[in-house]
Design a protein around this ligand. Structure first.
Ligand code: DQA
Length: 145
């Protein structure tokens, strides 16, 4: 089983970025824990991060035939990107959307996700642990197939 964990813009700033909202863990810290969790379950986990919308779209397209599942935090593009939504809908790979923060407790522009409807599920508000929850859900789904 192979999964791709995709992170969008500004997530490489985790650790210093608005710690009251996002906590003090870096993206590397979060991904190391997620990878250990995945590997314990015999799952190969690859990661991709970009601040560039088109690169995220290209990574989803390139995942076809290579990955069984996607975990994605589209970050700010969640709220704006028809291109990412179309990529997720079009790739045919089940995806789970993750947000560190509970976006519904924040500004109203964060309350809409263009990408969520193209995903099988959404996890939010658990900080970095949300990636482990997303992987857990994805594995449960893939093992039921
Ligand atoms: C985020 C929430 C988004 O609204 C924001 O733009 C981010 C991070 C989160 O993980 O909580 O960059 O996706």
């Amino acid at each position: 089983m192979r999964i791709l964990v995709i992170n969008g813009p500004n997530l490489k700033l985790l650790g210093i970025r608005e710690p009251a909202i996002y906590g003090r863990e870096t993206l590397d810290d979060i991904l190391a824990k997620a990878r250990a969790f995945a590997e314990e379950r015999g799952v190969q986990m690859d990661v991709f991060q970009s601040d560039v919308e088109g690169e995220l779209v290209a990574a989803i397209g390139a995942a076809v035939g290579k990955y069984d599942g996607i975990v994605i935090n589209p970050a700010a593009y969640t709220h704006t990107s028809v291109a990412l939504r179309d990529a997720l809908s079009g790739c045919g790979i089940p995806a789970v959307e993750v947000h560190l923060s509970n976006v519904h407790k924040r500004e109203s522009f964060r309350h809409v996700s263009l990408t969520a409807a193209a995903c099988v599920a959404q996890v939010m508000g658990f900080g970095g642990y949300g990636y482990i929850l997303a992987i857990t859900g994805l594995l449960n789904l893939l093992e039921r197939k």
